[in-house]
Design a protein around this ligand. Sequence first.
Ligand SMILES: NC(=O)c1ccc[n+]([C@@H]2O[C@H](COP(=O)([O-])OP(=O)(O)OC[C@H]3O[C@@H](n4cnc5c(N)ncnc54)[C@H](O)[C@@H]3O)[C@@H](O)[C@H]2O)c1
Length: 441
Amino acid sequence: MQSELKTKFEKRTAHIGILGMGYVGLPLALLFSEEHFPVTGFDIDEKKVATLNSGGSYIVRILPKEIQSAQRSGFRATSDYSHITRMDAVIICVPTPLNEYHEPDLSYITSTVEAIAPRLRRDQLIVLESTTYPGTTDEVVIPSLEKGNRAGLKVNRAGSLGDFYVAFSPEREDPGNTTVARRDIPKVVGGEEPMATEIACALYGTIFNRTVPVSCPAAAELTKLLENIYRCVNIALVNEMKQLCHRMGIDLFEVIDAAKTKPFGFQAFYPGPGLGGHCIPIDPFYLSWKAKQFDFRTRFIELAGEVNIGMPYYVMEATAAALNERGKPLKGSKVLVLGLAYKKDIDDLRESPSLTIIELLQKRGAQVLYNDPYFPRVGRGRHYNLNMTCTPLDRLEQYDCVMIVTDHSDYDYPRIVKESQLVVDTRNATKGITAPNIVRC
Ligand SMILES: NC(=O)c1ccc[n+]([C@@H]2O[C@H](COP(=O)([O-])OP(=O)(O)OC[C@H]3O[C@@H](n4cnc5c(N)ncnc54)[C@H](O)[C@@H]3O)[C@@H](O)[C@H]2O)c1
């Protein structure tokens, strides 16, 4: 039986169900479709389901023709969970945000797993990909799957043969990164027992060039968190350095470029206006929350969080100081913010520092407008309510300050510097341009 599932993966005959057609789930569905697996994408958002089924896309970097090509390989989207029973592999890619107290919000995972459980059947493989704290698969997912199915199906555990397989495999996508093909990003897999790991590796081996088996789901869960905490802590370090360099009159970007010529022991991280995205600002707190259960304080995470959360405030103060130098108060100044996305060339504004900076500037009485080619308008989100529309990038001389918050490649930086009264550059986007109206912070 066990090898039957593996054979189905190897022969591309297995039905793959992916739950959550977002930034992670949809590209994953397309990878399996490229391998000619019949893929079903599940989402509770009816609008997304309808868009996909009409051959459209709602993610800028995924073209409608890619969806249409997947449809020719059998890809369909649905919100109907009854199709779960037909799936051989069920991969969960739903959100894992923080709640208002900065604690893990597992409600998307729990509701998804509760919906799968009654439709579970023998010999299915269930994989969780959503980023979460170590222990989620064992303590939340498996108990809920076992409790919620009426047939009394049990997971395969080491030493006790069960009915279905469970694994955790973290998503490692880097949105906007075109230097590494998705296929070349090794896939870490931690099964509940060795056979689950082997079967899940067989599944992912069809779309990734390398799989990396680890001993258990918790090891795979922590691998993802370690990767993101490493980034978060190192970004905090350079963000703090940036503030010191500002005072000392040293160009940190020049220093980083020099330091990275060292062939060992140094990896370059770059400062910015604050953290953004679904991962780096959020994931570390999943671990610090869990650590408390073990009477342990994750001080690096807390310190990094403190520095990174303070960056939009630092940018706002630096802007106020630059305007002050020119005899202008922030209150009443007209500020154009360039870039809403949390990083360049992507259409994702989750946790973007631009949103915080706009709100801080507005609170201090500035008249704020924005431009971002990826967002014609911005309304209301979990942590913001801006209700603004994109301003065209012309007549730049009318603004007291043009602030580069996201360094999209499409912007013509020499022109922006030439036409603006004052440019506040939080990303070193104006590197190589020398002009008295640039303030780098
Ligand atoms: N975006 C990234 O670059 C990235 C990278 C690595 C890991 N992750 C992790 O992957 C997970 C998913 O992130 P994302 O960026 O794809 O989120 P997303 O918000 O883009 O997509 C999640 C999708 O899940 C759907 N959904 C919610 N509940 C559902 C349910 N019960 N059944 C079916 N669909 C449901 C939502 O409607 C949405 O379309 C998160 O845990 C995130 O931390 C994201």
